[in-house]
Design a protein around this ligand. Structure first.
Ligand code: NAG
Ligand code: NAG
Length: 468
């Protein structure tokens, strides 16, 4: 009932620490398409939660070790009543898995989502997938000038958009962050840009043509990749976030990517992948002579290469070509997530097939003939792998085994083992499972820990620290 919204809002003054996202401003011709879906859903919307502050955090023992390789995990408290937090761990061989520090945010139940680091390595940002439901901020910033003692810095939220997803740093400071939903969790989302002080300065697109375009065709930006040299941004459309929550007739998936002019932040074209059914991720291939990118489709379980400089037969800029099909066995798992990362030499891509509990490895040095490096039939010792990242030294991949569990309020509850995997990359690009950190065990006193994403800092060469 509408009363739920009103009573949740009435509770807000209980905590001065929480800033409430504003409702979108009224823009004639634009506001109604944003607001209408909420009115349509309100009568049966049981999903808003009281924005109560988190319970007191249990004590932990900080460690004074200073490993060269540091892993940062952005973690939800399993009980959704304790604070969500950034967990700092050693990834060095001799102290692997030692907890160094825990940095709380002043809120709970955000469903911590992706994480990113500023180009100077001084600031980490993590987004909250479901912050909106507790009327909380959607982006949480941490000062990591002391990398072994991250400090919570501030949080904020956008006016027009919510549901923070993937993050890319700007070379001169600040971030681009995809916000997959409108301020109400519907379509369209926005591409949020911050300044170097992490204030939101834009929610793209802002031109009339671009705004009409994203109102006309589902815009649910999740993946983002930027080619700073060729002046392109690619964003990939995944799902309408509100459609994962009840009442829902099913997850509303998209099959498009948007190609942007980086300099003007305007959308050049919409690229369609037939049958794409949710395109969670797109990544430019480092060093590719044509500036190509790879998009991982979720429902259809395929890899497509995107050539942003080519034109299709209709003169539309940006051409997508199928390069790999994971096959019917994967499609039969009813895939809900698929994420990827590519090595810096552009040779290998690693893809999590979340519903299949599998991590695929492919040699893509010849895009016309990708070679599968893992055994598709091998059972991997992993449940619900999602976020994936090649470490700065290119020797491991970090994978976090948690996607989304909405509980009773939604229709997406993907099994997970809540581990942070540290998987070895072998010389031929194939992978070997080796070490992991069990967040259920580590944070039992918060009802478990749900690690959604990770960053790795590498201080092996103190003159050239790497942040990724
Ligand atoms: C796991 O990693 C350690 C450290 O690199 C290595 O010594 C060990 O051989 C690896 N174990 C397996 C089973 O690959
Ligand atoms: C992880 O920790 C939980 C909680 O202690 C435990 O139940 C589970 O068996 C552990 N998982 C593995 C694979 O060790």
């Amino acid at each position: 009932m509408a009363g739920i919204l009103i009573s949740a809002l009435a509770l807000a003054p209980l905590s001065q620490a929480i800033s409430i996202p504003s409702l979108p401003p009224k823009i004639q011709g634009v506001t109604t398409p944003l607001i209408q879906p909420l009115y349509d859903l309100l009568p049966a919307l049981p999903i808003l939660q009281a924005p109560l502050p988190p319970l007191d955090s249990p004590a932990f023992t900080p460690s004074n070790i200073k490993p060269k390789k540091v892993g940062y995990y952005w973690v939800g408290a399993g009980d959704k009543e304790h604070a969500d937090f950034l967990a700092t761990y050693s990834l060095d061989d001799d102290t692997f898995g030692t907890l160094i520090y825990v940095t709380d945010v002043p809120t709970s139940g955000n469903d911590p989502h992706h994480i990113g680091v500023s180009s100077d390595g001084q600031t980490i940002v993590g987004g909250g997938l479901l912050s909106l439901l507790k009327l909380q901020d959607t982006a949480y910033y941490f000062d990591v000038s002391n990398p072994y003692r991250p400090a919570f810095k501030k949080s904020n939220s956008a006016l027009l958009s919510s549901i923070a997803d993937e993050i890319r740093p700007k070379p001169d400071g600040g971030f681009f962050i995809t916000y997959m939903g409108s301020a109400l969790g519907t379509s369209p989302g926005r591409l949020v840009e911050t300044d170097a002080d992490f204030n939101i300065i834009h929610e793209w697109p802002e031109d009339v043509e671009g705004t009409l375009g994203i109102l006309a065709e589902q815009f649910s930006p999740h993946g983002i990749s930027i080619d700073w040299d060729r002046n392109y941004i690619l964003t990939s459309d995944f799902v309408v976030p509100l459609s994962i929550l009840k009442p829902s007739t099913g997850v509303i998936r998209a099959q498009t990517l948007r190609l942007w002019n980086l300099e003007s932040r305007t959308i050049i074209s919409t690229i369609t992948i037939p049958g794409g059914s949710g395109i969670q991720d797109v990544k430019f291939i480092p060093g590719n002579p044509e500036g190509a990118a790879i998009a991982a489709t979720v429902g259809s379980a395929q890899l497509w290469v995107i050539y942003p400089g080519r034109k299709d037969s209709n003169g539309n800029q940006g051409v997508a070509e199928l390069i790999y099909d994971f096959g019917d066995t994967i499609r039969a798992t009813n895939p809900i997530a698929s994420y990827s990362d590519i090595t810096q030499d552009g040779k290998y891509i690693y893809v999590t097939l979340t519903s299949a509990n599998h991590v695929a490895a492919l040699d893509i040095s010849d895009l016309t003939n990708p070679k599968r490096l893992d055994d598709p039939d091998e059972v991997h010792p992993i449940v619900g792998p999602h976020y994936i990242k090649v470490t700065p030294d290119q020797k491991h991949i970090v994978v976090t085994d948690y996607f989304v569990q909405t509980g009773e309020i939604g229709i997406v509850n993907v099994p997970a083992d809540f581990k942070a995997q540290y998987i070895d990359i072998n010389d031929d690009g194939s992978i070997s499972f080796n070490r992991s950190i069990n967040f259920s065990q580590e944070f039992e006193n918060r009802g478990g820990g749900k690690p959604h994403s990770a960053l790795v800092f590498d201080f092996t060469d103190p003159e050239h620290p790497l942040y990724y």
